[in-house]
Design a protein around this ligand. Structure first.
Ligand code: SF4
Length: 496
């Protein structure tokens, strides 16, 4: 009988590991076995448990949306990605008003650039949906197809990813029968440019590469630009769409929960006659989404980041009034918890930036706070073991040496890692008895050290001191920590 570990169950259900194991100790019984510790269960049993979960909005695969909001510590949470590339100022204002009227007013931009509204109650959902509809905001549904936020505007973009995404969407919509795909399945189409999606993971990813005076696409599965497995190269627009449709059909054959990682890269390479020599060169890192971004010789965008990814609707509305007067005509959300303002002129840019800073936005790429990544944390999420946002503030005050822009510090209330699903150089993960410190891993990775409940501030001070006292001339915090290694980091933490 094929089995699944309790940890896998926790991941499948989307519940925090602690909750699932706790649930196990409360005698979740299936196939005559109890869900605890190392217990192993049949796949069928887990499927039944997942399907029968009394908390459908917390099941992994059921993305929170207007129709299926997710229960969190501060009420219901709605995540939405508009079908349009951006929103007008009036639409953003309507969204802020709706967040205040129907929720607790907190608005977040996620690591993938989605909008989140928090603190709704079941009886407020109809009103919220009506207000969003009245504002002309249409949330995207179906397979998530993500493109760089500046696609179509960026003069360095090799191919218009948004055009290909629209073609692909139509091709998917035309499929009969309609494909049953995993709810969290994500396709990234990256036309290159100043702001790429290289750091985001996807099940399927297309990447544009220059070929003479035109562009071709490479196709990869399951990962970020650095970790995904390439399966096809030198595809025309049409071939790229056909290849993605073929992958979606393969996923359908595997099953409705299948993800890119379930595809066999070797089989696909044969299928697409993959020739590694036709792959383009690795490209440089994406620029920061925060600060002034040049689009071409005459146009700029202003990138802002709500402090620690979250802003109150009242502050947002205050800023939008000034932004509108300054000429902003469109606002696009962007990965890394950012939003991009379009329509500003050189003469209005600085005023908008100064006002944004006074309303709770980070406005400069080098701001240390941009590199502290907390999840919602205690007070907003019932699974959180600590107040991640307060600790992020402490981190900026106590150990700015760590936040020089070369690395991110992920402050995760539990092992689920909502704020940064990928790896970071440092992650501080809340646990029942204190904190696990992960080096070069995700929130669910094995920590190099554990520290007690009262020790976080002193541990942060030790880490900051480690970099301050050991950094060679010209070395970044990341290079310094890499050189010192995990053992030195663990020792510093134990001294904290
Ligand atoms: S990572 Fe943070 S927001 Fe996500 S479930 Fe854990 S505590 Fe909650």
């Amino acid at each position: 009988m094929s089995g699944i570990h309790a940890k896998s169950f926790a991941r499948r259900t989307g519940l925090c590991e602690e909750m699932s194991l706790m649930k196990g100790s409360l005698m979740v019984v299936t196939d005559g076995q109890t869900m605890e510790g190392q217990a192993c269960f049949s796949q069928e049993s887990v499927d039944r448990l997942v399907d029968a979960s009394p908390l459908p909005s917390m099941v992994r695969g059921a993305c929170p949306s207007l129709s299926t909001p997710m229960q969190t510590g501060d009420g219901l949470l709605v995540r939405l990605r508009p079908t349009t590339p951006g929103l007008t100022v009036a639409q953003f204002r309507a969204l802020a008003e709706a967040a205040e009227t129907h929720g607790n007013g907190l608005i977040e931009i996620t690591a993938r650039g989605n909008l989140q509204l928090r603190g709704m109650r079941p009886q407020s959902m109809d009103g919220l949906a009506a207000d969003i509809d009245r504002a002309g905001i249409v949330p995207e549904s179906g397979v998530a197809i993500e493109v760089p936020p500046l696609s179509g505007l960026d003069s360095l973009e090799i191919a218009n990813a948004r055009d290909i995404a629209n073609h692909l969407r139509r091709a998917i919509d035309a499929l009969e029968p309609k494909p049953l795909l995993a709810a969290k399945l994500t396709i990234i189409i990256d036309g290159d440019g100043r702001l790429t999606l290289d750091g985001l993971s996807a099940d399927i990813r297309l990447r544009a590469e220059m070929s003479g005076s035109t562009h071709l696409w490479s196709l990869a599965i399951a990962g970020t630009a650095a970790t995904a497995k390439p399966v096809a190269a030198a595809l025309s627009d049409e071939q790229a769409i056909t290849a993605v449709i073929a992958l979606l059909k393969s996923l359908v054959e595997i099953g409705p929960r299948a993800r890119g990682r379930d595809l066999d890269a070797e089989v696909l390479r044969e299928q697409f006659q993959f020739d590694e020599a036709k792959m383009g060169n690795a490209r440089g890192p994406s620029i920061s989404a925060v600060g002034i971004i040049q689009l071409d010789e005459t146009r700029n965008a202003l990138g802002l980041r709500p402090s620690f990814g979250q802003i109150h609707a009242a502050d947002l509305r205050r800023f939008l009034g000034v932004a509108e007067m300054a000429g902003v005509n469109e606002i696009r959300t962007a990965p890394d918890h950012a939003m991009l303002l379009l329509g500003l002129t050189p003469s209005t840019m600085e005023h908008a930036r100064t006002t944004a800073a006074s309303c709770g936005f980070r406005t400069r790429a080098g701001d240390p706070a941009n590199y502290a990544i907390p999840c919602s944390g205690a007070g907003a999420c019932a699974s959180a073991h600590y107040a991640t946002r307060q600790s992020a503030t402490d981190l900026v005050d106590i150990a700015p040496e760590l936040l020089d822009g070369s690395l991110k510090v992920h402050l995760s209330g539990c092992g689920k890692g909502c704020a940064h699903p990928g790896q970071t150089m440092l992650a501080i993960v809340g646990a029942a008895t204190g904190y696990g410190i992960v080096v070069n891993g995700s929130a669910s990775s094995e920590p190099v050290a554990y520290i007690g409940k009262e020790k976080l501030k002193s541990a942060l001070a030790e880490l900051g001191g480690l970099v301050r006292n050991n950094k060679a001339a010209g070395e970044s915090a990341q290079q310094c920590l890499k050189r010192l290694g995990r053992d030195a980091i663990a020792t510093a933490l134990r001294q904290g």
